[in-house]
Ligand binder design. Structure first.
Ligand code: MG
Length: 363
C-alpha cells in the first residue's frame, strides 16, 4: 500500500520519541502531542525538520482531524479524548476509519440527532464492527434479524468469584489473543469493552439493543456474525490480526492483497458459549446505559476510565471496579438528547465523583 497512501498528520498522547521517529520517516505536514506541551521542545528537536508543524494539547487533535489535505482520518485515540475530534471530523464530512469506540458510546445519540448521515462517513476498524460492516455489504437493513458480537472472553474466562477477587493488573494485562494498550486490555478482562462494542454497534448499524447479542468465542477467528430474517447467518472470519481490519478501512470499498497470516480451517477447532453476566456485570451495565440513553453512556464511560486507572495502579481490586461504576450510574442525573457540552459536562461530573469514591476508599 506504500505508494498509494501518504501520512499527512500524526498524533500521540505523550510518547514524543516514537512520534518524532515516525515524523522523520513519514514526513507529515502536522504532528500533535495531545497530552500537553511538556516535551514539545524535545519533540521539535528530535524531528529536526522545521517544515513540519508541531502542536500540543487536546484541542490540537481536532486541528489534526480537520486538516485540509486529509482524505481519511484514522481515529485511534484512546477513550473520551476521541469524542470531540470525531464529532468535528464528522460534522466536516470527513471519512473516518474509526478505532475509538468511546466516541460512539458517548456521542452516538448526539450524532444521530445532529448529523443523520454520519454512518455513511465511518468505516469501522474495531474488529467486530469491521466484521459486521463486511457482512452487511450489499444487504438491505430491513433484512437484519440480529447482530452477534463475538468476545474472546478475556484472560479470566472460566474463573470463579473468589479467583477474580485476587487477580492483579499484570494478570489482567495478559490477554490471550490480542496485544493491545492497557486501557482496552483491562476493558476486555471485565467485558466492559464488549459492552461498549454493543453500544458502538447500535449506533453504527442503527439497530435496537435487543437485536444485538454477545457470544464468547475464545479462538477469536470469527469476528462477528449477522443473522438475517430468513435464518441465514453471515460471519467474517480471519486470524486475530488488527492489520486486516485497518487495511480494509483504508482500502474500502476495494480489497488489496496482503501478506498477513491466513486462516487455517483444519488444525484448530472453534467453540462458542454464553457470556457470564453475573461474574462480568460490565456487559449488563452497558446495555442498561444504552437503554436509558442521554448522558448515561457518557457517565458509564467516564466512571470506567477512572476505575481502570485506579485498578492499573493497584489502588482498587478487580471486582471493585464494577461496584463503583454501578454506584455512579445510580446517582447520575440524566440529561435527555444531550448536546456536545452536556456530554462533556456529564463526563467531567462522573470523573470527579468516581475519583472521590476511589480516593475515599483509599484501599
Ligand atoms: Mg473489538
Amino acid at each position: 500500500m506504500g505508494r498509494e497512501y501518504r501520512v499527512v498528520t500524526l498524533t500521540a498522547n505523550s510518547n514524543y520519541r516514537l512520534l518524532a521517529e515516525q515524523a522523520r520517516r513519514f514526513k507529515p505536514e502536522l504532528v500533535v502531542l495531545s497530552g500537553g506541551d511538556d516535551n514539545i521542545d524535545l519533540l521539535i528537536r528530535e524531528i529536526g525538520d522545521r517544515s513540519i508543524r508541531v502542536e500540543a494539547g487536546e484541542e490540537a487533535l481536532t486541528l489534526a482531524a480537520l486538516w485540509p489535505s486529509t482524505d481519511i482520518v484514522l481515529m485511534a485515540v484512546v477513550g473520551f479524548s476521541g469524542f470531540r475530534p470525531t464529532v468535528a471530523a464528522l460534522k466536516a464530512g470527513r471519512r473516518i476509519a474509526l478505532a475509538n469506540k468511546e466516541s460512539l458510546v458517548v456521542g452516538g445519540e448526539l450524532l444521530s440527532n445532529e448529523i443523520p448521515g454520519f454512518r455513511e462517513l465511518i468505516v469501522p476498524v474495531d474488529s467486530e464492527h469491521a466484521a459486521l460492516f463486511q457482512c452487511l455489504q450489499g444487504e438491505d437493513p430491513s433484512g437484519i434479524a440480529r447482530l452477534i458480537l463475538t468476545a474472546s472472553g478475556g484472560p479470566f474466562r472460566g474463573m470463579n468469584r473468589s479467583q477474580l477477587k485476587r487477580v492483579t493488573p499484570e494478570e489482567a494485562l495478559r490477554h490471550p489473543r490480542w496485544r493491545m494498550g492497557p486501557k482496552i486490555t483491562i476493558d476486555s478482562a471485565t467485558l466492559m469493552n464488549k459492552g461498549f462494542e454493543v453500544l458502538e454497534a447500535r449506533w453504527l448499524f442503527d439497530v435496537g439493543l435487543d437485536q444485538i447479542e454477545v457470544i464468547v468465542h475464545p479462538q477469536s477467528m470469527v469476528h462477528s456474525l449477522v443473522e438475517f430474517v430468513d435464518g441465514s447467518v453471515k460471519a467474517q472470519i480471519a486470524p486475530p490480526d488488527m492489520r486486516i481490519p485497518i487495511q480494509y478501512a483504508l482500502t474500502y470499498p476495494a480489497r488489496k492483497a496482503s501478506s498477513f497470516p491466513k486462516v487455517d480451517l483444519v488444525t484448530q477447532s472453534w467453540g462458542f458459549e454464553r457470556p457470564d453476566m453475573e461474574k462480568f456485570p460490565a456487559l449488563e451495565y452497558a446495555y442498561r446505559a444504552g437503554k436509558i440513553g442521554g448522558t448515561m453512556p457518557a457517565c458509564l464511560n467516564a466512571a470506567n476510565e477512572v476505575v481502570v486507572d485506579y485498578f492499573l495502579s493497584g489502588k482498587i481490586k478487580f471486582l471493585e471496579m464494577a461496584g463503583i461504576i454501578n454506584k455512579i450510574m445510580d446517582i447520575h442525573k440524566i440529561i435527555k438528547s444531550p448536546s456536545e457540552e452536556d456530554i462533556v459536562n456529564a463526563d467531567r461530573w462522573a470523573r470527579e465523583r468516581t475519583l472521590n469514591i476511589c480516593k475515599a476508599g483509599d484501599r
